[in-house]
Design a protein around this ligand. Structure first.
Ligand code: EPU
Length: 423
């Protein structure tokens, strides 16, 4: 099993290219199942979750073609199965995203029920209740969600909680429903908007994506299309925080500052100089960051997927900051690992008080989930001595070539084989 070895070594300088967003690429790939013709998706990041999704689409029977620029064409015409097996779903919860498209396009779907995960219980009741409202018959048997409907019928759905993949599942399903659907209390995340753009290119009739009320006029069929996935705002934010912590001058290309205004605001509050241009962001940091308070909430508020990274920054900041996690009940798994590096954190329930220390000290640590792993990388960038991060398969799910990107801007970071870890 691979590990990452980091040695804290001063400021970061240079340019990086931001990849396409994992959390937009996943629903767009699932959406291809709705079409009657091949759909071409570009700017797909090269990540383990994408490979899992392609494997899932392949298991269902779709034909996948990867072009030289890592664009992916999915031909859904040969799909012959509507079963998403446990072996794949257990490795990636986002597999639930095929439920809506399979049901809407093929009249039935069987998707293994994702269990809880490292960051919380993560139920999918919003997905199921919404599909039921659209006329599906849903049962849970032997660990599978089994859904059936000859044709879904448009209706008004008020979602109980704001759910990103819940909104995406219902949005996809409603595109082929008979009549008009209104989704209320919808997630407003940019990835939902990107999915709506992809669906619209396929012939769907959608308005209101990006607001809390999305309206969909069902159509009889969707056709082939081309779509380019939007930039990854969490990858962008992670490299911005890296620079705020290590100091330096870094330009992130092919991103969009409009996707992460709440994050840029917090970085400025911490003392970073941030120049936001339409397709790139330059960050300069010449001093120790100031600790800041962060409270996670659905978009456009501060994202839960950036919480761990900002906690890492507070660890070496001047002053104290309060981090409040309101989305997931168990998203402080990085606290005890950061403490191993010398961080002063007092976590209780949803809240963690972080008192900045002048210096962290390298140690072996363990990655526990994707964003927690990112916080350990950031801490390792500035810790004195060596930090060895185990279980980095979590990172490979969501960060494209993180060690290459960070090395390119001057970080001392290497991927090592597990034998090194025994040292
Ligand atoms: N929730 C319910 N009932 C439901 C669905 C959700 O109570 O039926 C709760 C969840 O337990 C959680 C909150 O609602 O407390 C929000 O969960 P949501 O459904 O929005 O999360 P998700 O769709 O499963 C996506 C991202 C996550 C990101 C969250 C929140 C994808 C594939 N995943 O998950 O990304 O943290 O939204 O923004 O889009 C990551 O990339 O590291 C990641 C975990």
């Amino acid at each position: 099993m691979d590990k990452l070895l980091l040695r804290g070594n001063g400021p970061l300088r240079g340019e990086l290219r931001i990849s396409g967003a994992k959390n937009a690429a996943l629903p767009c790939l699932a959406a291809t199942l709705l079409a009657r013709e091949p759909v071409h998706i570009r700017n797909i990041p090269h990540l383990r979750d994408i490979t899992t999704t392609l494997e899932l689409l392949g298991t269902l029977g779709a034909r996948i073609l990867v072009d030289s620029q890592l664009g992916i064409e999915v031909d859904p015409r040969p799909v012959h199965s509507v079963v998403a097996p446990y072996e794949l779903v257990k490795t990636m919860r986002a597999s639930i995203l095929v439920l809506g498209p399979l049901l809407a396009r093929h009249g039935s779907a069987e998707v293994s029920l994702p269990g809880g995960c490292a960051i919380g219980s993560r139920p999918v009741t919003v997905h199921l209740a919404g599909l039921q409202a659209l006329g599906a018959e849903i049962t849970v048997q032997e660990g599978f969600v089994k859904a059936q409907a000859a044709r879904l019928r448009g209706t008004r759905v008020v979602m109980d909680v704001v759910s990103v993949t819940g909104t995406e599942n219902l949005l996809m399903a409603a595109t082929l429903a008979e009549g008009h659907t209104i989704l209320e209390n919808a997630a407003r995340e940019p990835e939902v908007v990107d999915l709506a753009r992809c669906l619209t290119a396929m012939g769907a009739r959608i308005s209101g994506a990006g607001t809390s009320v999305i309206e969909i006029e069902g159509v009889a069929e969707l056709h082939g299309a081309e779509h380019s996935v939007l930039p990854d705002r969490i990858e962008t934010g992670t490299y911005l925080v890296a620079t705020a912590m290590a100091g330096g001058d870094v330009c992130l290309k092919r991103t969009d500052p409009g996707l992460l205004e709440s994050v840029l605001l917090k970085l400025r509050e911490a003392g970073a100089e941030v120049d936001a241009e339409p397709d790139h962001i330059r960050i300069r940091m010449a001093r120790r960051p100031s600790a800041i308070d962060v409270r996670t909430a659905p978009y456009p508020a501060f994202p839960t997927d950036m919480q761990a990274q900002f906690m890492a920054m507070n660890c070496i900041a001047s002053g104290s900051g309060v981090i409040t996690e309101t989305i997931f009940e168990n998203r402080f798994m990085h606290v005890s690992e950061l403490q191993r590096l010398g961080a002063d954190i007092n976590a209780d329930g949803k809240t963690a008080v972080v008192r900045g220390v002048p210096r962290l000290h390298g140690a072996p640590v363990m990655a526990t989930d994707l964003r927690a792993s990112a916080s350990l990388v950031l801490a390792g960038l500035v810790a004195e001595g060596e930090t060895l991060i185990d279980r980095i398969y979590h990172l490979d799910r969501g960060y494209e070539v993180i060690e290459e990107k960070l090395s390119a801007i001057g970080a001392d970071i290497h991927r090592v084989s597990s034998s090194r870890g025994a040292a």
